[in-house]
Write a protein that binds this ligand. Structure first.
Ligand code: ZN
Length: 487
């Protein structure tokens, strides 16, 4: 502290000598504290995420009461302990939290409401602008580089949140529990978060549910479930850095099974006891292929990036699957193509994540291409055939108009993003050859693994791997409003 005062005094002296006012000089001294930004500036979700800090770890202690009847609300009472490092001098910072009420906040064990009036937290719920902010005042202030643990008590009724297109996401209350799938900006429906895919962190979960229910999150069990007075606490640890949209803590009447993949990789599946008949036959067959799929993709793209894999197969409340890290969620049934797709995302999307939501084709194009690769490997259809068929389909549906490198907020999951994305990758492979294509893919995963990157970063990696100038290629295949000439 003394050093800081000395530095400030020196800055004032210098300012006086230069004839500039202290206000102008202050930023140069680096001793100016202010609030972190309330948004990350994402192209499509500018208010999601926050500035001024980097989360290292989320400790989520969730207590969940499922609805008592079909269509009813659930109830969540929770405490989040968020360990972060300041990336600028901060006197306040924000988290994203939507539809839940905060009851207490403390910073490094000190109640934020204690002491001087400036120490307080406030909540904003502005649905129209998707601005769901919890602002926390910091005393003592946090200096750049300093760590703090902020503990937030919160809770409320859980319902069935919708994304900007009307699809269910976030903490989706189901008749027997909850399906938790956050992509793209649904994480704040169940925990206070820096909801920016660029800020990855590790997670620990403690999920307390009525005895008899099972709660499944990312990673590995953090110990055996513990039951007390009719409530069971399930612990999970996700040790690999994870983007918030990939976190899950699904609750239901699940049957858990434990198996192994290549190199002893733990594979943990949770299947809803309500999945029966042909849906169960399909699901069991697809889940049995997981070890072989992991082996196949590891040979192509390098080691599986995380500490575990598996599946959460819940009821059909949500009509899509999500690549939740280490343990994708499937709704109603897990088909073979979908399991291959969500596994592909562990490399493409989860290890290397989009830096901005407009880079979504890097996720969905690759995961679709992995489906194609797996289908060919299984002797179902050659890549050439799948490429030709998909091009013909986009032709017949007249779907070449969308620039998939910037598809627009409500087209994140449009069929063009998936299909034209896979087409682009196969055209790239035809253009630069197998060796450069797979060298480029592994370089992409090496360089940006456990991190995030943009479409331009991808173009650059592929240009380096091939030694070719690919500007025109990527413009034609990703951005042009017409079907490019076939390779
Ligand atoms: Zn996908």
């Amino acid at each position: 502290k003394a050093r800081r005062i000395a530095a400030a005094a020196a800055a004032l002296l210098t300012a006086a000598a230069l004839g500039i006012s202290p206000a102008q000089a202050a930023p140069q001294s680096g001793a100016r504290y202010g609030p972190g930004a309330a948004g990350s500036g994402d192209s499509y979700f500018p208010n999601a995420g926050n500035g001024g800090y980097d989360v290292l770890h989320y400790g989520l202690d969730l207590h969940y009461t499922p609805p008592s009847g079909a269509g009813g609300a659930g109830n969540l009472t929770a405490e989040a302990s968020i360990t972060l490092r300041a990336t600028q001098d901060l006197d306040a910072l924000n988290f994203d939290l939507r539809g839940l009420t905060v009851t207490a906040v403390d910073v490094d064990g000190k109640d934020v409401n204690r002491g001087a009036g400036a120490l307080e937290w406030t909540q904003v719920q502005d649905d129209a602008n998707r601005r769901w902010e919890l602002t926390v005042g910091l005393r003592p202030k946090l200096k750049e580089g300093q760590k703090a643990t902020i503990t937030i008590s919160y809770g409320g009724a859980t319902g069935r949140p919708q994304d900007t297109t009307g699809a269910l996401y976030g903490w989706v209350t189901t008749p027997d529990g909850a399906i938790v799938v956050n992509e793209p900006d649904g994480a704040p429906t169940w925990f206070p978060v820096n909801d920016d895919p660029e800020d990855k962190a590790t997670y620990s979960f403690r999920i307390t549910v009525p005895e008899g229910k099972t709660a499944v999150a990312n990673g590995l069990p953090g110990g055996d479930p513990e039951t007390q007075a009719g409530w069971t606490t399930w612990s999970w640890e996700a040790a690999g850095p994870m983007a918030s949209y990939l976190a899950t803590a699904s609750v239901g009447d699940f049957t858990l099974s434990y198996g192994e993949g290549p190199g002893g990789l733990p594979i943990i599946n949770a299947v809803d006891t309500g999945v029966t008949g042909s849906a169960l036959v399909t699901t069991d067959a697809a889940l049995a292929l997981q070890p072989e799929m992991i082996r196949y993709l590891s040979d192509l793209f390098g080691p599986y990036p995380f500490e575990a894999f598996g599946a959460i197969v819940d009821d059909d409340s949500v009509d899509y699957a999500l690549e939740t890290q280490t343990r994708p969620v499937y709704s109603g049934v897990a088909g073979e193509d979908t399991v291959a797709h969500e596994l592909g995302h562990q490399w493409f999307g989860n290890s290397v994540s989009p830096a901005d939501w407009k880079d979504i084709w890097l996720n969905e194009g690759w995961a679709t291409y992995v489906e194609w690769l797996w289908a060919e490997h299984q002797g179902k259809a050659t890549l050439a055939q799948q490429f030709t068929d998909t091009v013909a389909e986009l032709d017949s549906k007249n779907l070449w108009g969308l620039d998939i490198s910037d598809p627009g907020r409500d087209n994140l999951f449009a069929e063009q993003v998936y299909r034209r994305g896979a087409i682009t990758l196969h055209a790239l492979r035809a253009r630069i050859g197998d060796t450069a294509f797979f060298a480029g893919a592994t370089e992409w995963l090496d360089r940006y693994g456990n991190s995030s990157a943009t479409t331009r970063d991808f173009e650059k990696v592929m240009e380096e791997a091939s030694g070719q100038q690919l500007d025109a290629f990527f413009n034609d295949w990703l951005r042009e409003g017409n079907r490019p000439a076939m390779p």
